[in-house]
Ligand binder design. Structure first.
Ligand code: APR
Length: 173
């Protein structure tokens, strides 16, 4: 059974899903954009869990391309999967790192036996990755990597530009 890929225009912190993916930074201690919204609406439990991860497995922070799960606190989900996107660079091709965010987040979701996973458009905000390229890479990686028990991958896009980019990426087949 193929994993369904769906698109939603909206705020990821208002989604109901087993796992919500956070576009975190390597400190795991919060930030702006998705990160800020998830901690704001999710509450202090999430930050406490992130701090515990820093104190145990991730003393130097979470490297770009990796993913780790915590409680979802007050969000309508069971877990938040924090992943750190690469900052876009015109000089260096970091596509493999961005693909790794989707791949490792899906692997964590499968381990948790999450059936529905909601992603934001990782790295396309503060990290300045061009939307069309990020959308193509995200859709391709999810098509290649998503496996049961993940049944639905939902891209939650915050504005029309992002929604259009993901619509084009899905249609490109
Ligand atoms: N729901 C869904 N998408 C959102 C939301 C939201 N509530 N808020 C922002 N976005 C969109 C942005 O419009 C962008 O398309 O998510 C995408 C990713 O943007 P950022 O959140 O800025 O994430 P990113 O570009 O990966 O940069 C990560 O920003 O917030 C800090 O701590 C974070 O240092 C890290 C960096």
């Amino acid at each position: 059974m193929d994993t369904r890929i769906t698109l939603v225009l909206g705020d990821i912190t208002r989604q109901h899903a087993d796992a919500l993916v956070n576009a975190a930074n390597s400190s795991l201690l919060g930030g702006g954009g998705v990160d800020g919204a998830i901690h704001r609406r999710g509450g202090p439990e999430i930050l406490a869990a992130c701090r515990a991860l820093r104190a145990s497995h991730y003393g130097k922070g979470l490297p770009a391309g990796r993913a780790v799960a915590t409680t979802a606190g007050r969000l309508d989900a069971r877990w938040v999967i924090h992943t750190v996107g690469p900052v876009h660079s015109a000089e260096e091709d970091r596509s493999a790192l961005l693909a790794s965010c989707y791949r490792t987040s899906l692997a964590v979701a499968a381990e948790l036996e999450a059936r529905t996973v909601a992603f934001p458009a990782i790295s396309t905000g503060i990290f300045r990755w061009p939307l069309d390229d990020a959308a193509r890479l995200a859709v391709r990686t999810v098509r290649e990597q998503a496996t049961p028990p993940v049944e639905e991958v939902r891209f939650v896009l915050f504005d029309e530009d992002a929604y259009g980019a993901f619509t084009r990426a899905l249609a490109a087949g």
